[in-house]
Design a protein around this ligand. Structure first.
Ligand SMILES: *[C@@H]1O[C@H](CO)[C@@H](O)[C@H](O)[C@H]1NC(C)=O
Length: 338
């Protein structure tokens, strides 16, 4: 080992230490008295449709107190996104999450939040606040929805401003991905050379195998175009989806687009699948099919779990796209959702 390497090693050890120390110091909080400190980076995760408990437990109960659960993301300037408030007797729900939120109440010191039937947008930071008029305390927990990020473009490259990209993800049974979700997808193997909107209005693309056509030979990583003009600038987008309650199935045949729609309705009692549903079926139902099929947006794709030579040729598992063929072409089957 040379000195430079040793130096780097010791600097990174030092940095790691100072980060974890400052995490405690910088918070500026007094030592918690009532609430139990969660483990650092407390994170709870479940797929869409699942139930979760975000833990918040008291050591001891002050004589008078309120517990307030707040969702910290997305940020609304100046407006707290309250989920529920309880004073130990009465409980009040707020906002869109309210009806699916409850206190677990597993024992007298339990202030843990339960959220049922999780939705894609429920992910983010949550805060449990104890308010007793003397020394308020709070703990923060991250809820992460298990799911999958996929790149999405309309006919041709870079056709969507921010609002159009947001709508496009919604049409594909998904929401716009966050930077964190894109980052996790990159660590899981996502390499994509077209830049796409994220839900904070920034534009990025994830590269694992640097190449000249994709930003040159910079190190692998998430390439950033930074925040872009939400109305004037046009890009693709990254969407995020998760498990579905229904299933996707393939109908073989040589359909044009209209015939494929009809086949799903008549033969399957369903409708043409959305792109997010096909990704979810690939990830959660191991759907593996070596035939291109129409989807609801007019694209033709097929999902491969076990890569093989004659199925698109790529060495990685994934959902392959054949683009947006002419809707009158009678060449493909249909992916239906029911
Ligand atoms: C979630 O909780 C509800 C009751 O609140 C229950 O009906 C449902 O089966 C639960 N779902 C899962 C996936 O455990």
């Amino acid at each position: 080992m040379d000195w430079a390497a040793i130096l780097v090693l010791s600097i990174s050890c030092f940095t790691a230490n100072s980060v974890s120390l400052s995490h405690i110091d910088d918070s500026g909080e007094k030592k918690l008295h009532y609430l139990v400190e969660p483990p650092v980076y407390a994170e709870v995760s479940a797929p869409r449709g699942g139930n979760v408990t975000l833990p918040c437990v008291m050591h001891t109960k002050p004589p008078h107190y309120r517990i307030k659960w707040v969702k910290l993301e997305p940020h609304h300037q100046g407006v707290e996104n309250i989920v529920l408030i309880t004073n130990g007797h009465a409980l009040k729900h707020y906002g869109a999450l309210g009806p699916r939120a409850s206190l677990r109440d597993a024992h007298p010191l339990d202030a843990s939040l339960r959220i049922s039937n999780l939705e894609l947008g429920d992910g983010g930071e949550y805060r449990c606040e104890l308010i007793n008029g003397i020394e308020d305390e709070k703990v923060e927990i991250t809820l992460s929805i298990d799911g999958i990020v996929f790149p999405y473009g309309r006919h041709g490259r870079y056709k969507m401003n921010f609002a159009q990209a947001k709508a496009a993800c919604a049409e594909q049974d998904a929401i716009m991905a966050t930077y964190k979700q894109l980052f996790k997808a990159w660590t899981d193997g996502l390499d994509w050379c077209n830049a796409g909107w994220l839900n904070d209005g920034t534009v990025h693309y994830p590269i694992l195998h640097p190449r000249a056509a994709c930003g040159g030979d910079l190190l692998p990583g998430i390439r950033s175009y930074g925040p872009r003009h939400r109305i004037k600038d046009h890009f693709d987008t990254f969407c995020f989806t998760s498990a579905t309650s229904g299933t996707v199935f393939y109908l073989g045949g040589s359909f044009n687009f209209a015939e494929a729609e009809q086949a799903c309705r008549v033969d399957g009692g369903g409708e043409l699948a959305r792109v997010g549903q096909l990704y979810a079926a690939w990830r959660y139902q191991d759907l593996d099919q070596c035939n291109g099929g129409w989807l609801q947006d007019g694209s033709v794709r097929f999902p491969i779990v076990t890569p093989r030579k004659h199925c698109g040729g790529l060495p990685e598992a994934g959902v392959r796209s054949l683009g947006f063929p002419k809707k009158t072409h009678r060449l493909y089957g249909a992916y239906c959702y029911r």
